[in-house]
Each structure stands twice: as structure tokens, then as C-alpha cells.
Design a protein around this ligand. Structure first.
Ligand code: FCB
Length: 446
């Protein structure tokens, strides 16, 4: 059972989230090639070398999907606009079909009484810009500002809220240090530059949107609870460094105009020259902050090999004991209230906080009835209880978005993990609401 809407403060918003490349079908409608297409075409990067060429074919099933959002009773829909769909070469020529599509999306939401919450970048960097160094190149902040101007000049007047970038940690660290996402680099200098430039781009896009008169602008960070794998000092230190890189660096940059010491210890030498002078742009005032939360990870000190100490940050991930989802992610609801209270206490004070993503890839649907997902209902219910706990402590949480409306392209894991409230049959692309969809509908409608 999910808690009912009436168990939350009046005006608390419930939404569903998706992203462009994961659902639209990027081969259609004149979109340009993205670094995810390149990454997926490299052997070993993505399960089955799958890409987002067709995905959920949302581009051609827009009305059906918006009707489903409406049927569930959602107040708000968090979607993203694809840079490569709007500007296939990243700069210059505009794909008018792309602008038309996003306009139909926004108008379709408004017609159904649903608030449009836009994200400008959910990872589909045009390949042409990747060729120029992508997030490593400082110019990306201005390229991104120009793209922001193009798309928001068309739809910005009807957008309820906007955030420039989804999950700076994934855009930079996961993609440039761990090599797990496009562009698949493992390079500390590239990472440091990407970490800084992604925030610079956030600031520039925010300036552009303010200039267009838009309101309700925010930032979306993902966080993972970082716990020591054991009681040793090494494990405690590993968890502390990991926590700083993952959960504090970006929030600190955006809200305080500085980076944590623990991260600078390893990264400062690799940051672009003059990085300290960019904080007036990075700390543009924002109206809300978004938290994407899924799991926790355990860390230990990386072992010394043949007397060579492991390079910074010298941490290793250790498998945890808790029940796991189909992503092999531990289910740890307590982390959600931990981060909500930490954010308010240490960074954002009275600023409204939204849980902009939370959800799970089901295990139950892998075996047996694909529409029966009791584990998802339990996951959502346990995490909503943590939101209620944070509200009770006075944290200004104003809304919660389920990831995701539909099963979709789960990046490096391809189409196997299913995060949706709605099952997508990958052979026919037909949509089938799961039990969790009905549970949401009951919780949201009186
Ligand atoms: C988040 C991403 C989203 C999805 C979920 C499972 O990090 O924002 O696109 O992949 O994880």
C-alpha cells in the first residue's frame, strides 16, 4: 500500500520522470548523433550494444503516454529535451521538427492539467561537440547556453520548472573517471574539467533562462549513501572521500561557491586554470533543489599492490548485504531522509527540495507476471515514508517524482532493467500498466 496524497501537506506534488534518449527513439524526427550512440557502438560498453534508436518510440506515442500520466493522477511530469534533437550538430542549424515535438509535449501536458518540469540535459551530447572535447572543453558552457536559448525561447513561457543538467556526478565522474557512461573515459584531468564545466554550464543556462523571464529554476543532483564497509579507519576514510566526491562537490559548488577539501586534495591539480573565478556564474540563485536517490554503497580502502599505494581516491566498492534490485543496488530507504535533512541543514535551508527521481528496477517482474510488481510498491512506499519523516522534521520537501513512467533504455544496462510503472513490450512497444501504476492511481485520486 502506498500512502495517500492526503497523508502529505496540501500542495505537495507527485510526478513521474523520464528522459529524452531513454524513451523518445532517437533515430526518428531528425535528431543528431549523440555520444551515447558512439559509446553503445563500442564493444563491451552497453549490454547487448543496445542504444536509444527506438527506445519506447515515445516520439510517435506521445498522446498515449500523456494520457497514461493523466490516468495515474500525476500533478507534474519531469521530462528532458534532447540537445541533439534540437540542434543535431550541437550548434547552428535548428531541427524544427524537434522544437515542434517539445512544443506538442508541453501543450499536451497543459491541456491535461499537468505541470511541465523540463531538464535541458539528460546525457545526449551531440557527437560533434564530443569530438571537440565535450565536457572537457570550457566552451561547452556557452554552447549549452546557446542551446538553452533556442529551446526555451520556444517553450520556456509554458514551462512550470526547469533544471539545466541531470546529475552532474554522472555527467562527469561516472563518464570520465569510471568510464561507465558516455564518453567512456578514465582520466582524472578530463574528470576534473568535466566536473567544473558541468557546473559552469549549469550557471550559464540559468542566466539565459532568467533572461528569458523564466521562473522556478533549479538543479538536480543524485546522491548515494556512502557507508564504510567495515570498522577500520581506512574504510571510514574511503566512505568519507566518496561521500565528498559524490554527494557534496556539486551541491557545494552551486550553493556555496566552493569545493570540498577532500575532493580538492586529489583534484585541484587537474582543475582548469582560474576555476576559482567562475563561482559568480556557478552560484546563480536557484529556486529549488532536486535530489535523485536510489541506493547506498559500501567502501573500503583500495589495497596497496606490490608496495604501490592505490592512486587517489584509493577507494573500492564492496558488495553490501541488503536486498537488491535488478540493478544490483541495495535497497536502503533511510538514505533518502538522511540526504533530505543533510541538504537542508548544510546547504539549502529554506529552499524547496524535490525528490526528482526515486524508484527501482523490479526483480519480481523478471520472473513470472510482468505486471505484478509488489517489490516496486514496497520500495516506493518505504521511500515515501522517509519523505514523510523528513517533512516531520521540518525539511521543506515539496514534491516527489517516480522514476520512471515507462520501462526504458537503462543506459549501459540496455533494456533489461525495468524501472517503469508501465511495462513496455519491447517487441510490439505496447504499454501495459503494472500493479504499481494502479497503486499510484489509488494513492493520488480520492
Ligand atoms: C538515474 C538517471 C536515470 C535512470 C536512473 C535509474 O541516475 O538519471 O536516467 O537511469 O538513474
Amino acid at each position: 500500500m502506498l500512502p495517500h496524497r492526503s497523508d502529505f501537506p496540501t500542495g505537495f506534488l507527485f510526478g513521474a520522470a523520464t528522459s529524452a534518449y531513454q524513451i523518445e527513439g532517437h533515430a526518428a524526427g531528425g535528431a543528431g548523433r549523440t555520444h551515447w550512440d558512439d559509446f553503445a557502438a563500442t564493444p563491451g560498453n552497453v549490454a547487448g550494444a543496445e542504444n536509444g534508436a527506438i527506445a519506447c518510440d515515445h516520439l510517435h506515442r506521445l498522446d498515449e503516454d500523456l494520457d497514461l500520466l493523466k490516468a495515474a493522477g500525476f500533478d507534474v511530469y519531469r521530462f528532458s529535451t534532447s540537445w541533439a534533437r534540437v540542434l543535431p550538430e550541437g550548434r547552428g542549424t535548428v531541427n524544427t521538427q524537434g522544437l515542434d515535438f517539445y512544443e506538442r509535449l508541453v501543450d499536451g501536458l497543459l491541456e491535461r492539467g499537468i505541470k511541465p518540469a523540463a531538464t535541458l540535459y539528460h546525457w545526449e551530447l551531440p557527437s560533434t561537440l564530443s569530438d571537440l572535447g565535450g565536457w572537457r572543453n570550457r566552451d561547452i558552457a556557452n554552447w549549452f547556453a546557446d542551446y538553452t536559448d533556442v529551446i526555451m525561447s520556444r517553450i520556456g513561457d509554458r514551462i512550470w520548472s526547469a533544471a539545466p543538467i541531470n546529475e552532474p556526478w554522472c555527467v562527469s565522474w561516472l563518464s570520465h573517471f569510471e568510464g561507465a557512461h558516455a564518453p567512456g573515459l578514465r582520466d582524472i584531468r578530463a574528470t576534473a574539467r568535466a566536473m567544473h564545466h558541468v557546473l559552469l554550464a549549469h550557471g550559464r543556462a540559468t542566466q539565459v533562462m532568467r533572461g528569458l523571464g523564466m521562473k522556478n529554476l533549479g538543479a538536480v543532483c543524485n546522491m548515494e549513501f556512502a557507508a564504510p564497509a567495515n570498522t577500520s579507519d581506512g574504510a571510514r576514510e574511503a566512505a568519507r572521500v566518496q561521500d565528498a566526491i559524490y554527494n557534496h562537490f556539486f551541491l557545494s559548488g552551486i550553493t556555496k561557491g566552493c569545493y570540498p577539501e577532500e575532493v580538492l586534495n586529489g583534484m585541484e591539480a587537474h582543475l582548469p586554470e582560474g576555476w576559482q573565478n567562475d563561482f559568480d556564474i556557478i552560484t546563480q540563485p536557484i529556486d529549488w533543489i532536486g535530489l535523485n536517490y536510489y541506493t547506498r554503497k559500501l567502501y573500503d580502502a583500495a589495497p596497496t599492490v606490490e608496495n604501490h599505494p592505490a592512486p587517489w581516491p584509493a577507494t573500492v566498492e564492496v558488495e553490501g548485504p541488503l536486498p537488491k534490485t535488478a540493478m544490483n543496488w541495495e535497497v536502503y530507504p533511510q538514505g533518502l531522509s538522511h540526504f533530505l535533512t543533510m541538504m537542508q541543514r548544510d546547504y539549502t535551508g529554506d529552499l524547496p527540495i524535490y525528490v526528482t527521481e526515486n524508484g527501482m528496477a523490479g526483480m519480481s517482474e523478471l520472473s513470472g507476471d510482468p505486471l505484478s510488481d509488489p517489490d516496486r510498491i514496497a520500495y516506493l512506499s518505504d521511500h515515501l515514508a522517509e519523505v514523510q519523516g523528513a517533512l516531520d522534521q521540518g525539511v521543506p520537501v515539496k514534491g516527489y517524482f517516480v522514476w520512471s513512467l515507462l520501462d526504458n533504455y537503462e543506459w549501459a544496462m540496455g533494456y533489461a532493467p525495468r524501472f517503469g510503472l508501465i511495462h513496455v513490450d519491447w517487441a510490439t512497444l505496447n504499454r501495459y500498466p503494472k500493479a504499481s501504476f494502479s497503486a499510484i492511481r489509488e494513492a493520488l485520486n480520492s
